[in-house]
Design a protein around this ligand. Sequence first.
Ligand SMILES: Nc1ncnc2c1ncn2[C@@H]1O[C@H](COP(=O)(O)OP(=O)(O)O)[C@@H](O)[C@H]1O
Ligand SMILES: [Mg+2]
Length: 349
Amino acid sequence: MRDTEERNTERNTERNKEQALVAIEGLRVSFPSLRGKIWPVDDVSLRILPGETLGLVGESGSGKSMTSLALMGLLPRPHGKIEAGSIKFRGRELVGLGDAEMRGMRGKDISMIFQDPMTSLNPVYTVGDQIIEAVRAHERITRAEARRKAVEMLDRVGIPSPEKRVDAWPHLLSGGMRQRVVIAMALVLRPTLLIADEPTTALDVTIQAQILCLMEDLKRDFGMSVLLITHNMGLVAENADRTAVMYAGRILEEAPTKELFGAPSHPYTRGLLDSIPRMRGMDRELKAIPGMVPALHDLPPGCRFANRCSFCEARCRIEEPPFFSAPRQGASGVHSVRCWQFCEERTVN
Ligand SMILES: Nc1ncnc2c1ncn2[C@@H]1O[C@H](COP(=O)(O)OP(=O)(O)O)[C@@H](O)[C@H]1O
Ligand SMILES: [Mg+2]
C-alpha cells in the first residue's frame, strides 16, 4: 500500500515538474547591508500548477515579498539581486530577461496585487484612466474600447455604478473599493498568474471575506493560478490548494493545504497553527511564537528555527536539515519538511 502511495507521489512530483506554470528552483536573492551581504531569499524552490492557488506563509520579514518581486522582475534597485537559481514561467527562463521583455510579461502573463492599494494607484489619474492605460499598454484597442473593458471589469469586481466610478479619483473611494479597483486593474488583462501579496491585510474582516470570495470566483472563471502571500494561516487554510511555509529566507515545510493543516510537521508550522484563534474570522495577527527570527546577517549554522524550537537537539544547532518527506505522505502531493525529526523518512529533492 505504502509502496503504491510512494510511487503515486513520485509520479505526481514528476508530473508537477512538467506541468508547472511557474517553476522556481534554488532561488537566492541578495542585498548589501551595513553588516555584510544578506540573502532574504535563500535557496527557495516552488512550483505553481495551472489553475492552482499556492499559499506562501510566514511571519513578517521571512522573505515572502522578495520572492514575489523576484518573480515579477521588480526587486528593489539597484541593490536587490538574483544571485542564483532559476524562475521559469511556462518553461521560459525569466532570470536574466531584459527590462522590456519583463514589462511585456507583467500585467499580461503575471499580475500583482500589493498590500496597500494606494501604492498601486496613481492619485493624479482617475480609476478609469489607470485601467485604460494598463489595457492599452498591452492591447491595440481604442480608448473607447478600453474604457468599456474597464467599466466591465469594475462591474465584475463588484463596484456599484461602475460607469460613474470609472471617472472617480482613487482617494475618494473607500479602502475596500480601492482594493477592488486594484484587483480590476490586475485582472483586466486576464493574467495567467496573479500574485496577491497580503491582498486583504489593510481591509476590515467583512471586506476581506468579500475580496477573497471575489478572487475565488475570478480564478474559477478565468482559470488563472494564484500565488497567495500572507502571514495569516486562516487565509491560506481557506484559499490555497498547496501551502509553503517560509522562515528567514528558507522554505521549511510544503504540502497540500489539507495535509499541512491536518498533519503539520515542522515545529514552526505547528507554532503558527497554535497561534490561530480557535474561532471563525481568523483575521488576527499571529500570536507571536516565543523568541525572535534570527537576523539575516547573523544566521545560525544549523536550523534557522533552532533558537525558538522546543524540540531542538544538539544536531539542529550544528547542521541544517535538508528536506525530508513527512510521515503522512498522501498520494495527493509531496509533503516535505526541513526538520531532523523526520530524517528516518526519505530525503526529498
Ligand atoms: N529594500 C531592502 N533592502 C535591503 N534588505 C531588504 C529590503 N527589503 C527587505 N529587506 C530584507 O529582506 C527581508 C525579507 O523581506 P520581505 O520579503 O519583505 O519579507 P516578508 O514579505 O516576508 O514580510 C527583510 O527581513 C529584510 O531584512
Ligand atoms: Mg511582505
